[in-house]
Write a protein that binds this ligand. Structure first.
Ligand SMILES: Cc1cc2nc3c(=O)[nH]c(=O)nc-3n(C[C@H](O)[C@H](O)[C@H](O)COP(=O)(O)O)c2cc1C
Length: 223
């Protein structure tokens, strides 16, 4: 076992009032995040997407194995975008008309979603997030990634928060199933598509479902 190499923590101390102010301010920013399904064609520069993915990649991960891969697909890849939309809509049409159990469709009803996914071609960016259940050492041996799904979930949360904080809208899209993304995006078969994040500016007068978040007392208990 190797001895760990340690380095000083670059912690920025903040006084207690400022901690309180930041906690509240961040909450009011995040409260305004909504899933947007109606996008404008306005462009988003590639560097913004890069910065947000760089933020996602700062997430903690089991044993620091960073079991994620992000594929960002701009609108100039119009052929690829069309293929992603076609495959997603094919799966989603099956899902909405045959595969989804009734309870699932009932849970989705307040959102007003259906199999049509025009945003997959309209929004300036798609970010496909993959989970890598294992990595490869230089000698080719497989290394298991511990808590891979949890780690990628946290990284995706960072990504959504970073994009929202920057002033962009996102849609967390999970075409069901989404194995077609491996082939279209040239990712190895052992990587699992986690979700497809749609990124851009909302269309003018975009509407969102009138749904509520659970009150804090229902989701939080102190002991
Ligand atoms: C893991 C996950 C998968 C989701 N999949 C879809 C999806 O495939 N299509 C969609 O329209 N919304 C999808 N959503 C968005 C949810 O419907 C949305 O987050 C929820 O209704 C709450 O709305 P809000 O994000 O505006 O607060 C998904 C969200 C999560 C976290």
């Amino acid at each position: 076992v190797t001895t760990p190499r340690m380095t000083p923590l670059a912690f920025v101390p903040v006084d207690a009032d400022e901690v309180q102010r930041r906690a509240t301010a961040f909450h009011s920013v995040m409260m305004r995040r909504r899933t947007v399904r109606d996008y404008s064609e306005r462009d988003v520069p590639r560097q913004i997407i890069e910065a947000a993915i760089a933020t996602a990649a700062t997430a903690p991960s089991g044993a620091n194995l960073q079991p994620w891969h992000f594929v960002a697909i701009g609108r100039e890849q119009s052929g690829l975008r069309t293929r992603i939309r076609t495959e997603a809509e094919q799966e989603e049409r099956e899902f909405y008309t045959h595969r989804a159990p009734r309870e699932w469709l009932e849970a989705l009803a307040p959102l007003g979603t259906d199999w049509r996914k025009p945003f997959l071609e309209i929004a300036p960016w798609l970010i496909a997030v993959f989970v890598k259940p294992f990595g490869r050492q230089v000698d080719g041996r497989a290394v298991k990634h511990y808590y891979a799904v949890e780690s990628v979930g946290i990284a995706t949360g960072f990504l959504i928060a970073a994009l929202h904080h920057a002033g962009l809208a996102t849609l967390t899209h999970t075409p069901s199933p989404m194995g077609f993304l491996n082939a279209l995006l040239d990712r190895p078969s052992h990587e699992r598509p986690f979700l497809l994040l749609v990124v851009g500016y909302p269309a003018e007068n975009a509407l969102v479902p009138d749904i509520a978040r659970k009150p804090l007392q229902d989701v939080l208990s102190f002991k």
